[in-house]
Design a protein. Structure first.
Lengths: 271, 265
């Protein structure tokens, strides 16, 4: 795996230009730094946000523990925890249901109308109900994230199972597979490319729900922090928080994509 | 056990269409004895694959009965191993996993399984490809794996649905030779669907020439040429000419049906 330096180098120029222009515009007084802080100010704020309030010298405990007591790191971990737990709950419920609905036309006929009515409701629209049901804190946030992850995984699993080529089913029957082996060793892996693309969409939707839920239902996490910063007019912290959210999103997507590549290493469509 | 291993008795198969039913097979009636190599030969739409699928148990006869070892066929099973034209290897399994899939279902002893796997890999020249996925293999290699997968089951009957149809001529010939070797070594009964006249004469003891829709047995030809057969020999070509004539009659019926748009495809 080599890095393509010439294309990486090309990718640097535009961001550098944007940052320089941005910095100049603020330095020359063209915009109010309270509205749009200079990138250098954002970077300094980001660093302060990263480090704990009390210096290491006054902290009791290891360096690692001190480092992880910083506000940014705690927010990051809180957000990551919510999105992972929420996603797992949503996906773990959606996967077996999707397999059943995909494999059995009868179950599909029973459940599909309910799915079709609930699916178009954006998870965000469940916020009032979520708070009414679960109060404030992690439970409503996790509920919303699960909901966001649930439908993409469900729909893709159904399509994936229905798209399983009949030739595999026949080959497995011919080799003596019973229905349990058929499901686990044939239908599930055959549907895996679809399921994993559902996972990728689901975790993206869950990520959006996580930020929104944090702005409304909890008092930590990256979503909460940037909303809090607005109340103090800390635009530098808002932007620092936004970039952190972006980086977390990128990290999650890269992770899922790696997992995808590993699980689908047998797949033709992969480079 | 009777010598007649596969008994096909007055088999009819009707596919229910939107407008009108298609009679795919009409009154097919013949028997295949143990160890025989039988080709089903005919143009597209003659029902040769339909008949094979009926023997395999994938889609049952509408009327009549097929018995294997005296027992009526009700469902697919490992006693009738199938090799498909599209290979039908599981792409998410390695070569070794594909070959042992049927054995694992049967919960065969791991040590015995390993031994069997190794000898099959060796016999079909797949040893170096043991841990590869099917996507990394050529068409010929894939079909070797598919054959190994069926051989692993020790099924007395091998059903083959145009298994070499998608291969180039040279690969095809070498796989045909390997199949003949396997057939004589393991004393399998083979039912082999093809539309290649030469392939059918090269391989089989007996050629069932089928008519275009409805599929019936047009001629049951016993091939008595000594093995190994030489496709350039005079007697080979005499037989080829004779069978060509039979098949081309049906091909012409198929083509005129195509022109009239009555193929239903």
């Amino acid at each position: 795996m080599g890095i393509n330096w010439s294309s990486a180098l090309k990718g640097i120029w535009v961001p550098v230009a944007v940052l320089v222009v941005w910095e100049l515009v603020v330095r020359l007084g063209a915009v109010n730094p309270q509205i749009l802080p200079a990138p250098s100010a954002v970077l300094i704020k980001w660093y302060q946000y990263l480090l704990p309030y009390e210096p290491y010298e006054q902290f009791q405990g290891s360096y690692l523990r001190w480092f992880f007591s910083g506000e940014l790191i705690r927010d990051l971990l809180a957000s990551l925890y919510r999105v992972v737990v929420g996603f797992l709950i949503g996906a773990v419920l959606a996967l077996p249901l999707g397999l059943l609905m995909g494999a059995s036309p009868r179950i599909y006929d029973y459940l599909n109308p309910v799915v079709q009515v609930l699916r178009p409701i954006p998870p965000i629209a469940f916020i009032p109900l979520a708070i009414l049901w679960f109060g404030l804190g992690d439970p409503p946030a996790v509920f919303l994230i699960s909901l966001g992850a649930f439908f993409p995984v469900l729909m893709n699993t159904i399509v994936g199972v229905r798209a399983v080529d009949n030739i595999y089913i026949r080959a497995a029957q011919n080799l003596g597979a019973n229905s349990r082996v058929m499901f686990i060793k044939v239908i599930l892996p055959a549907a895996m490319p679809y399921i994993l693309s559902g996972v990728r969409i689901g975790i993206g939707t869950g990520f959006i729900c996580m930020i929104v839920a944090e702005m409304i239902a909890v008092n930590n996490g990256l979503g909460y922090r940037i909303l809090e910063a607005r109340e103090y007019f800390w635009s530098d912290k808002i932007i620092a928080g936004m970039f952190t959210i972006g980086l977390l999103g990128l990290a999650i997507d890269t992770g899922v994509s790696r997992l995808n590549d590993y699980l689908l290493r047998w797949h033709r469509g992969l480079e | 056990m009777s010598a007649e291993q596969i008994e096909i008795e007055h088999v009819h198969k009707v596919f229910r269409g939107d407008g009108q039913d298609v009679i795919a097979l009409r009154d097919i009636d013949f028997k295949i004895s143990q160890g025989q190599f039988v080709c089903l030969l005919g143009p597209s739409g003659c029902g040769k694959s339909t008949l094979l699928n009926a023997i395999a148990g994938f889609s049952l006869a509408t009327q009549g009965e097929i018995r294997v070892e005296g027992k009526p066929v009700r469902q697919p099973g490992p006693d009738r191993g199938m090799v498909f034209q599209e290979y039908a290897l599981f792409p998410w399994m390695t070569v070794a996993e594909n070959i042992t899939f049927g054995l694992k279902i049967r919960k065969e002893d791991p040590r015995k399984m390993e031994g069997k796997l190794n000898s099959l890999l060796k016999m079909l020249k797949l040893t170096d490809f043991r841990d590869r996925f099917p996507k990394d293999l050529s068409g010929g290699m894939r079909q070797r794996v598919a054959i190994a997968r069926v051989l692993a089951l020790d099924s007395p009957i091998m059903l083959m649905d145009e298994p070499f149809g998608a291969l180039d001529a040279l690969t095809r010939r070498s796989l045909q030779d390997e199949l003949l070797k396997i057939w004589s070594e393991f004393k399998k009964t083979i039912v082999f669907v093809t539309h290649s006249i030469e392939e059918s004469i090269y391989l089989s003891d007996r050629i069932i020439v089928m008519t275009y829709r409805p599929g019936t047995v047009k001629r049951d030809v016993h091939v008595d040429l000594p093995r190994p057969r030489n496709p350039a020999a005079t007697d080979f070509n005499d037989l080829k000419r004779e069978i060509s004539q039979l098949v081309m009659e049906e091909q012409n019926r198929f083509e005129s049906a195509q022109l009239k748009g009555t193929t239903g495809d």
